[in-house]
Design a protein around this ligand. Sequence first.
Ligand code: TMP
Ligand code: ASP
Length: 260
Amino acid sequence: MKRRRRVYEGKAKILYEGPEPGTLVQHFKDDATAFNKRKHEIVDGKGVLNNRISEHIFTNLNEIGIPTHFLRRLNMREQLIKEVEIIPLEVVVRNIAAGSIVTRLGAEEGTQLSRSIIEFYYKNDELDDPIVSEEHITAFGWATPPEIDDIMSLAIRINDFLCGMFISVGIRLVDFKMEFGRHYEDDMMRIVLADEISPDSCRLWDTKTNDKMDKDRFRQELGGMLEAYREVARRLGVLTENEPVTKGTGPVLVKTESED
Ligand code: TMP
Ligand code: ASP
């Protein structure tokens, strides 16, 4: 196999140069990390599941007219994406109080928020991704006021769509994190959704049992992380019913196009 140029390596993904100019290959690793990598494990098959779940979500978002970087899935662990200039912000939408809003503001976990809240964090591991305001974002030049407006209106549309998508399969979307990028085409720039949306970057609770079906299983050492991700994939129709959980070999997929 031809060697590819690695453009960027993050905690859970690697970006390689794509087959055509303006494209990249996004590769999903099995690494699970939390607390800025202070906790780190390999979870066999996680990358395959996140690739499929994120593909499903981004395909649906593209179909309803939300601009994203996603072009198509290439194989079990990789997808072809448009090259974008990543805006160094983690954009979090919260519907129900959990995680850092509980520790920071003393909200009670599980409280339905009176309106969805959008928060911005400066994407910088050395600083532990601190929360920032629109004032910081514009003063430090991370994004302009019109770009922040675009990001906020996309974030609300994405949240509305995902809440509906998950509730229809018995899952509450508690909160989730997004990243956005600038995509340049023919002298035009537009803000597009980038990165991934998967159980690594969402809080997902079963509507009946309140069971956690996301990375909190790993963060809080609850066990059963892979099984929970598989269940999310199964409910979204990404995996076949009744497949045994085979740790080690990774999950079996519904479709088998050009897998490698
Ligand atoms: P938080 O409650 O820890 O601030 O997290 C809010 C949401 O963002 C939650 O769904 C998990 C997700 N998240 C990430 O995807 N990456 C991160 O580095 C952090 C801290 C949170
Ligand atoms: N993604 C971050 C890390 O790897 C934090 C988290 O998701 O909790 O440390």
